[in-house]
Design a protein around this ligand. Sequence first.
Ligand code: SAM
Ligand code: DTB
Ligand code: SF4
Length: 317
Amino acid sequence: MNLRHDWTRDEIRAIYRLPLPELIFRAQLSHREFHRADEVQMCRLLSIKTGGCPEDCAYCSQSAHYKTHVEREPLMNPGEVLAAARNAKSEGATRFCMGAAWRQVNDGKEFDSVLEMVRGVAALDMEVCCTLGMLTESQAQELKNAGLTAYNHNLDTSPEFYGDIISTRTYEDRLRTIGYVRKAGITVCSGGILGMGETDEDRIGLLEQLARLDPHPESVPINMLVRSEGTPLANAEELDPLIMVRTIATARILMPASMVRLAAGRRQMSPEAVALCFVAGANSIFTGEKLLTTPNPGADDDTRLFETLGMRALQHA
Ligand code: SAM
Ligand code: DTB
Ligand code: SF4
């Protein structure tokens, strides 16, 4: 099957609006062209620098603009981070993602420390991913040289709705960083958040942006908003999980070779809704007790879920 990068908004809308059984059927056909339908990659997150972020992302508990449950913590040391990565590996994770509440990476001691973490995790034979905010071209290259597999930088939502959510950096800034990551030869992890008050058209617009990237992002996280007290979106209306299912299925059809990750928000979803997301083509999740600052289903729940569904953890992507 040829990968397409010229999807139009009309085509995407037509797919997104298909009757659900038809949408899921098509997503399953696409899924099976490139992936096994019974395997899910387990990824583990760690917040290596928490809180006090100068950006004003309306969903985020780590923004310094809002008073939330998050306490600021300085950059962790590489030894602690590697211990967490080893533990994640022993629990079956094949990808380790380190997140820092930075607007951008600054050269110097802290970045050197991150490079050391990347080298250490890469040596564990795990996929290693970072999400550190905006990068320069040379920082992307240094991360590549240290052994980084993937860089996460989400577009979050449609270009039209973006300004309602973040005012401190632009959509173009995000696309520029993604371009540097791609140019350095690091794989791109980029997706968005649903449940921020956006419309179907915004979700379609986000998918359009992602699916028109050439190559597609190798990894596409679809997050359900985790509402945090103190943020402007603390009281956002609850999202119908079937919207997650529709968005995941559409992403699967548009970007069939990519890993589509059911990222944040699983704690708010029923096991049936999570199962439907897998049926719709999600083939990756975050495991472990915690995402960055909020709880996630624990190992027991996930083991039970995999057993019930007859699915298994992907050994190596
Ligand atoms: N500071 C860096 C940045 O924003 O580029 C990296 C960390 S940031 C927490 C990574 C991504 O997590 C965001 O782009 C957003 O898509 C997602 N995220 C953050 N808070 C979230 C929340 N409360 N619910 C769902 N997704 C969230
Ligand atoms: C992504 O798309 N989701 C992850 C990861 N990339 C960095 C982050 C989810 C954060 C959820 C809220 C929290 O725990 O603070
Ligand atoms: Fe900062 Fe990232 Fe949170 Fe935005 S999402 S406030 S950039 S940590």
